[in-house]
Design a protein around this ligand. Structure first.
Ligand code: NAD
Length: 478
């Protein structure tokens, strides 16, 4: 099988090595082979984006809208096929893979329209006979570095606004999910964009990602991934005075008060904590439960967990697929061991499972008897592992929820308008959910967090303009 190639300056090109993409539901299934870029090739992609930047920055909104609309339309038409590729290489159940592909299509269609609505303002100057205009211009060449857990939605929510606002793109997908990225890039390659406007460079973070960081012609860099990599990106970007945006980890709290609809709260907690194998930055990993309903909550949650079907992502009825790979599996198991050593009690799960095919199957692990200062409640696991923290009041719940280095999303289940409103106001998170799981967001509104979870302007919705454009103030005298 010929390895799928990188897309640079309008041409498909080989890199300097090949990676084999393995299905985590069945390690005997090879999803495909993909070329790996090296530093020189990454620099070529940046040079191509730079060469295309001036003309694309002056392209008409209609040109941009037409390209983005075409990409969205084709993604929608091929959602079943691309969703299947996504689920096969990442391991989320097929329905989620298809839904994520639809989400990507909606994002492209949303930004197709936004390209037609790039606004500026005009003010009278404080000086006579002078007008002041404030307009938005493209940031220039943008580097997009993506994680593996949303292989098409996250690339879409970076690529679509980047193009809509007139930037040229160098896109680096995560090493574990090149097939979905390649399928997306192949559609983009036929969307009528001039050569060099969009470039795909697949390969390792330490090689391709690092080359993007080192290249002074990358004007802005958008990153989603781990806290550790985010810190390196920040340092490199500050050193180069480059605009950057980071979306990183979470340790998201879900509060369950004693007046909550308990069945809804349990369903929301199980969904938020364990669906998509807990591999969501918005996963509810700290379940902060009022002591009056604690035991009933745990009992109902364990009953629900026992009934969940953990199996091959493409199998009918699967609710939770495999962990993404062996190294993530080891990380999950390490945290399960650490939680036990810290005094956490495993109420359910945390076991490797055997299925018909050899994959990375782990039963969802729920810990009780945990305290907020334990490592299991301080550090992101990024797997199907959650812990319950018992509290005696709303005030204690709020304090525990906010006592974290992170601040991506948070949630509360309660029937009390007073508590819900107070939580909405005082929760130190970028996204707050009331009577909803902490994961699961809309595509037309801002996405992002506070504290250690995020840095820089928000992604998605109209707020994306803050990152992908730079403001110009012009003074004009007649
Ligand atoms: P990661 O940090 O390992 O990798 C992310 C990307 O960075 C990959 O493309 C990787 O190749 C690249 N990279 C690695 N080393 C690099 C380097 N030295 N220089 C430049 N690039 C480099 O993260 P991951 O394991 O792919 O993703 C999981 C993490 O992503 C979790 O922490 C999760 O919380 C986070 N995440 C956050 C959000 C959010 O919006 N807040 C969304 C999804 C995932």
């Amino acid at each position: 099988m010929a390895a799928k190639q990188n897309f640079i300056a309008g041409a498909w090109v080989d890199g300097s090595g090949v990676t084999v993409d393995i299905n985590p539901s069945d390690v005997s299934d090879v999803v495909g082979e993909f070329t790996q870029a090296n530093k020189a090739q990454t620099d070529e992609a940046v040079a191509a984006a730079k060469a295309a930047s001036a003309a694309w920055g002056l392209s008409t909104p209609q040109q941009r809208a037409d390209a983005l609309e075409m990409i969205g339309t084709e993604l929608l038409a091929r959602k079943d096929e691309i969703g299947r590729i996504l689920s096969r290489e990442e391991g989320k159940p097929l329905a989620n893979g298809i839904a994520e592909t639809m989400r990507a299509a909606q994002i492209f269609k949303f930004f197709a329209q936004e390209a037609l609505r790039i606004e500026g303002t005009q003010l009278a100057s404080v000086r006579p006979n002078v007008d002041v205009t404030i307009t938005r211009e493209p940031a220039g060449v943008v580097g997009l570095i993506c994680p593996w857990n949303f292989p098409i939605a996250i690339p879409a929510w970076k690529i679509a606004p980047a193009l809509a606002y007139g930037n040229t793109v160098v896109f680096k997908p995560a090493d574990l999910v090149p097939a979905t990225a390649w399928a997306l890039a192949e559609i983009i390659s036929r969307s009528g964009l001039p050569k060099g406007v969009f470039n795909l460079v697949m390969g390792r973070g330490s090689v391709v990602g690092q080359a993007m960081l080192d290249n002074k012609d990358v004007n802005a860099l958008s990153f989603t991934g781990s806290v550790q990599t985010g810190a390196r990106i920040a340092q490199a970007c500050v050193a180069q005075n480059r605009k950057f945006q980071l979306e990183m980890g979470g340790k998201n709290p879900l509060v369950v008060l004693d007046d909550a609809n308990l069945d809804a709260a349990v369903a929301g907690a199980v969904d938020g904590a364990f669906f998509q194998t807990g591999q969501r930055c918005t996963a509810s990993s700290r379940l902060i439960v009022h002591s009056k309903v604690h035991d009933a909550f745990v009992e109902k949650a364990v009953t629900m967990l026992k009934g969940l079907k953990v199996d091959h992502a493409l199998k009918e009825g699967t609710q939770i697929g495999p962990v993404v790979d062996e190294s993530q599996m080891k990380q999950d198991e390490d945290y399960i061991r650490i939680a036990r050593e810290e005094g956490g009690e495993l109420a359910w799960g945390g076991e490797r499972l055997n299925r018909d095919t050899k994959g990375f199957y782990l039963s969802p692990a729920l810990f009780t008897n945990t305290k907020n200062d334990m490592r299991i409640n301080r550090e992101e696991v990024f797997g199907p592992v959650a812990s319950v923290i018992k509290v005696d009041s709303y005030d204690e719940a709020l304090a525990v929820a906010n006592d974290t280095a992170f601040g991506l999303s948070s949630g509360i289940y309660t029937q009390s308008l007073k508590a819900a409103n107070d939580f909405r106001r005082k929760s130190q998170a970028g996204m707050v959910m009331v009577n909803l799981p902490t994961a699961g967001v809309d595509y037309h509104v801002p996405f992002g967090g506070r504290k250690g979870s995020s840095f820089g302007p928000r992604e998605q919705g109209r707020y994306a303009a803050e990152f992908y454009t730079t403001v110009k103030t012009a003074y004009v005298s007649a």
